[in-house]
Structure formats: C-alpha cells, structure tokens
Design a protein around this ligand. Structure first.
Ligand SMILES: [Mg+2]
Length: 173
C-alpha cells in the first residue's frame, strides 16, 4: 500500500506546552520548542509528507522553521489558506484542491490525515482519507464514526503508523 501523510500544522504538530501564546510576533515565534523526536520520526516514515493548514504560508514557514521541521516539508508540500483564495477547511473544495496540488488520491493511496479539529476530519472522510484525531481531551471510544484513529500527540501517532508501515513491508529493516 502506498502511504501519504498529510498534516494540519497548528496544535497538531505541536501542542499548547510547546510555545508562548504572545500577541508579540517575535516572542511568539521564538518561543517554539525544537521537536527533535518528531523530526526523527518524520524522517523514518517512508512516505511523502505534506502540510494542509488554515493558516498563512508565512506562518507555516515560520512555525516549521522554529520547530526544526522545515527540511521535512519543501515549498511544494505546503498548502495554506492564502494559496487557495482564503478558503478554509472544513470546506470540501479545499480537500480536493489539496489532492490536486499534492497529486494524491484515496483510496488508490492511503492518505493518513493528522488533525486536531474534529470538524476538519468530516470532509476528509468524504474524500476517503484515513482520519486521525490528535487530542489529549478525548479517547478513541469517545470519537464519532468518521474518526478512524485518535492519539494523545503526534509522536504517539507516528510511532503507531511507522509500525503499520513496517508490517506492510514498506520499511525493510
Ligand atoms: Mg490545527
């Protein structure tokens, strides 16, 4: 199976303890913690990785830079609201635009979509994406049917899917 990973950015690749929520831009952007374990896990995942965010492109680049994850997501692998006429998830059209830009398609590929907002997983499921909720306030049992998986944080999710890919023969070690 051909896996593809699509990530929401804010509160999915990091959580509230990773930064200072200051209205002053330089304090806010300089406060992010480098995510070395996440960098390692992303590097070991043998699949294309993309960012699909409701934030702006400049915000995405700055946050990825300060998290130490910029190398994982080249320019062509990021879609932000200002690139699609300020359209936002959960509008179904934005998911179709993401599929077109990234040249991905489910169910031909397994699109793993990591997202912290429940409502943004509804449209993803309509496009046959595999829906993964990242939240520390909800258990898998307490999730609606359109949520395929639920994890406390992105690192736990990536460890799980790394193992899935290993079992599927994608990683040969
Ligand atoms: Mg988010």
């Amino acid at each position: 199976m051909n896996f593809v990973c699509v990530f929401d950015l804010d509160m999915t690749l990091y959580n509230s303890s990773d930064f200072i929520n200051s209205p002053i831009a330089h304090i806010y952007y300089n406060s992010f913690t480098k995510k070395s374990l996440l960098l390692y896990l992303l590097n070991t995942m043998p699949c294309a990785k993309f960012i699909f965010t409701n934030a702006t492109h400049s915000h995405a680049k700055l946050v990825l830079e300060t998290l130490g994850l910029r190398e994982i997501f080249p320019e062509k692998h990021i879609i932000s609201t200002d690139m699609i006429d300020n359209k936002l998830k959960p509008l179904l059209e934005t998911y179709v635009l993401a599929e077109q830009k990234f040249k991905i398609r489910a169910p031909q590929q397994t699109i793993l979509f990591f997202e912290d907002q429940l409502q943004n997983l509804v449209a993803a499921k309509k496009r046959n994406w595999t829906t993964i909720l990242i939240t520390d306030t909800r258990t898998t049992e307490a999730c609606p049917d359109f949520v395929d998986y639920c994890f406390k944080n992105i690192e736990d999710a990536l460890v799980y899917f790394s193992n899935v890919m290993k079992k599927d023969g994608i990683i040969s070690n």
